[in-house]
Design a protein around this ligand. Structure first.
Ligand SMILES: [Zn+2]
Length: 389
């Protein structure tokens, strides 16, 4: 790969013909049309999020003569450059000069570029950027791109995959799943966590359809001119969730719905009954893991491990142990009630507290509470055996 350091390109040059696409949240072109700011493998513009702190910092750095770091262009041909690294910084500068956001002046007043004193405007426009122009094959450039991070915001795995497998399939996938203007995003957000901009929805859609083999799937579909299968599978999962669970609970966000869909979508459920059960479990103070409620119900409401039902605290265990042991010693039988009714050598064994576990006398699943009245200590073997029934 050949690289040339350019030190004469100014903010003014870059902003010549700057185009920002509000709809897609992307800086598109600069340098009088010579520069593509957001090639396929670049991520969407994210500096405007977090209340714009990052884009403001870029402008303040320029005004204070702080360096804003190296920028890399890929030289595609004599008159065609693409931003490899620095897209966020360039878009910040372009957006500021286009009056898309304001900074605060010395008095804390909002200040847009258009309203700045002339000397400050000139200072910004004449700032020279440090730019490396790189020439190389597509794979060299991509390989290298994989190894860099952009201005303190590391690329997410899906952003890297988009770079590595760029092509018509990724373009279409991003149009559908990475476009924050897509009206479906809100519905999807009930079940999928993350943001469209950072490729979280595309990643989830690919994860589900590929059963976790995103890289393989992207590689084999790289030159597809449609994303029909991807879209279809994703909506099947979403539609299935919303038909089984009529209420949307915040704990549904980010669950492994792809796996659950594969395991349970052929089973039939009565949504009304499911809803009643969800509400009942949501009202149960002994359930620690509400996220487990959905899989618990899908699986037939048997696997209580998913719910992490609250366990007895140490004080309760100690007092139950003491009470049981005193009684057992008087009767000369084991302090584990199940050992005591048995016929082996443990019949009269007094276990140490550390050899015993707390058990719900009335099982939690049958309405038993996690209170001292419902607590009994069993030897570990018996407790394990009881837990498995
Ligand atoms: Zn026992």
């Amino acid at each position: 790969m050949k690289t040339t350091l350019k030190t004469n390109i100014t903010v003014k040059d870059i902003c010549e013909g700057f185009v920002y696409n509000e709809l897609e949240g992307k800086g598109l072109f600069g340098l009088s049309g010579k520069l593509t700011i957001q090639p396929e493998y670049q991520r969407n513009y994210i500096y405007a999020s977090d209340g714009g702190k990052r884009e403001i910092a870029v402008i303040e750095s320029i005004l204070k003569d702080y360096p804003i770091g190296l920028i890399y262009f890929n030289k595609v041909s004599e008159n065609k450059l693409e931003v490899l690294d620095g897209q966020q910084r360039i878009t910040s500068v372009g957006r500021f000069v286009a009056d898309k956001f304001a900074i605060k002046d010395e008095n804390g007043m909002e200040q847009y570029f258009g309203g700045m004193a002339k000397d400050k405007k000139v200072k910004i426009l004449e700032t020279k950027l440090l730019i490396y122009e790189c020439e190389g094959t597509e794979s060299q450039i991509k390989e290298w791109f994989k190894t860099i991070n952009i201005a303190g915001v590391p690329l997410k795995p899906q952003e890297l995959l988009n770079a590595v497998y760029s092509g018509p399939f990724v373009t279409l996938g991003k149009e559908e799943f990475s476009n924050s203007q897509n009206a479906n995003i809100q519905k999807w957000s009930a079940y999928v966590s993350g943001s469209a901009n950072r490729q979280d929805f595309l990643e989830r859609a690919l994860d589900w359809v590929s059963k976790g083999n995103i890289g393989d799937y992207m590689s084999s579909h790289r030159f597809d001119k449609n994303i029909t299968e991807l879209k279809k599978y994703f909506s099947s999962v979403i539609d299935w969730i919303s038909s089984v669970f009529i209420d949307v609970e915040s704990e549904m966000r980010g669950l492994e719905w792809g796996r659950l869909y594969e395991a349970y979508h052929k089973k039939s459920y009565n949504p009304k009954k499911v809803s009643e059960e969800v509400q009942k479990l949501y009202g149960d103070p002994y359930i620690k893991n509400r996220k487990g409620i959905f899989e618990f119900i899908l699986g037939g409401s048997t696997d209580t491990k998913l719910l992490e039902v609250r366990v007895f605290d140490e004080a309760t265990k100690k007092s139950s142990y003491k009470e049981q042991t005193t009684k057992a010693e008087k009767k000369k039988e084991s302090n584990c009630p199940l050992c005591a009714i048995g016929h082996d050598a443990n019949k009269d064994k007094i276990w140490n507290l550390s050899d015993m576990d707390a058990d719900h006398v009335a099982a939690w699943s049958k309405g038993g509470k996690t209170t001292s009245k419902n607590c009994q200590m069993l030897c570990k073997t018996h407790n394990r055996a009881k837990g498995n029934r």
